[in-house]
Design a protein around this ligand. Structure first.
Ligand SMILES: Nc1ncnc2c1ncn2[C@@H]1O[C@H](COP(=O)(O)OP(=O)(O)OP(=O)(O)O)[C@@H](O)[C@H]1O
Ligand SMILES: [Mg+2]
Length: 269
């Protein structure tokens, strides 16, 4: 049986912002329906990778293909068409605080609406049913007309997810989606994201600081260290030692190491 075409394919990708590379020689493929966690220390390159996957960044070297197409070769119309199939959720939600929830949810339609429809919708909300359905799925239908900045962090992240549901992309990218949330809300949001991805067969790629969630909610874990892929494996093959190595702090020249006498930090999580 032929395997499906990858949704994302990165070939020898290097990303530099200055002379120092943030990502170096990345090669990977991500297939439809996969749930992939990106882990690694702060500065390892997780957000940079997510921004390459959604086309916000163009690689300095190498090739990023999305649905088999290299975005740099597409005109702006085709590029937007491809990008509509990718929804991104951020740590800071990226909502417009002083708008009602319905407008933020319907912003998921902006890529599909004309400019006139978009402006009209701010006065007379279009597609109320669509927004309500999405909010019901994320568990807060009663917040439809609430001002967004009156919601809690967990509820605002639910609004951001509802917006993605309205956009209905093939792929959901999430960059630290739970970093602003308490442990209880974090679990709820991770459960919700995974359930949505499972129910609709959507590919989910999320960067995470809490490595436990990578193990409990994802099928594949990519560990990034100093801009390189340190490991890329099915979750059942990732061991505690691999994670420990991933987060290991290298002592600087002449130092004994942070933990004294060359002893390493035992639990990096
Ligand atoms: N727009 C930018 N301009 C300059 N340097 C950048 C830019 N974005 C990222 N970098 C650098 O690239 C490296 C990787 O950053 P990135 O944000 O991808 O890390 P990260 O793994 O997401 O870290 P964190 O866990 O803290 O979010 C860092 O050294 C960072 O300073
Ligand atoms: Mg980041």
């Amino acid at each position: 049986m032929n395997s499906p075409a990858p949704i994302f394919e990165l070939k020898n990708v290097t990303q530099k912002f200055s002379s120092f590379p943030s990502l170096t020689d990345i090669n990977l493929q991500i297939y439809p329906g996969e749930r992939v966690a990106l882990v690694g220390s702060s500065g390892a390159g997780k957000s940079t990778l997510i921004n390459l996957l959604n086309g916000t960044l163009t690689p300095t070297q190498g090739e990023v293909s999305i649905f088999g197409r290299n975005l740099t070769n597409l005109n702006s119309k085709l590029r937007r068409k491809v990008q509509r199939q990718i929804g991104t959720i951020y740590q800071q939600f990226h909502l417009v605080d002083n708008l009602r929830v319905i407008h933020n949810v319907n912003a998921g339609k902006l890529g599909h609406w004309s400019f006139f429809q978009a402006v009209m919708s701010l006065i007379y909300p279009l597609e109320i049913e669509t927004a309500l359905k999405a909010l019901t799925k994320v568990g807060i239908p009663e917040k439809l007309y609430e001002r967004t900045d009156r919601l809690s962090g967990g509820q605002q992240q639910r609004v951001a997810i509802a917006r993605i549901l309205v956009q209905n992309p093939v792929v959901i990218l999430a960059d630290e989606p739970i970093s602003s949330l308490d442990p209880q809300r974090s679990r709820e949001i991770m459960d919700l994201l995974c359930q949505l991805s499972e129910d609709a067969g959507k590919t989910l790629i999320s960067s995470l600081h809490v490595v436990e969630y990578a193990f409990s909610h994802f099928q594949r874990i990519i560990g990034l260290r100093e801009g390189r892929i340190f490991f890329d494996a099915p979750v059942e093959e990732v061991t505690g030692e691999m994670v420990e190595e991933l987060y290991r702090i290298e002592p600087q020249d002449g130092e004994m190491g942070r933990w004294g006498d060359g002893e390493r930090k035992k639990n990096p999580i």
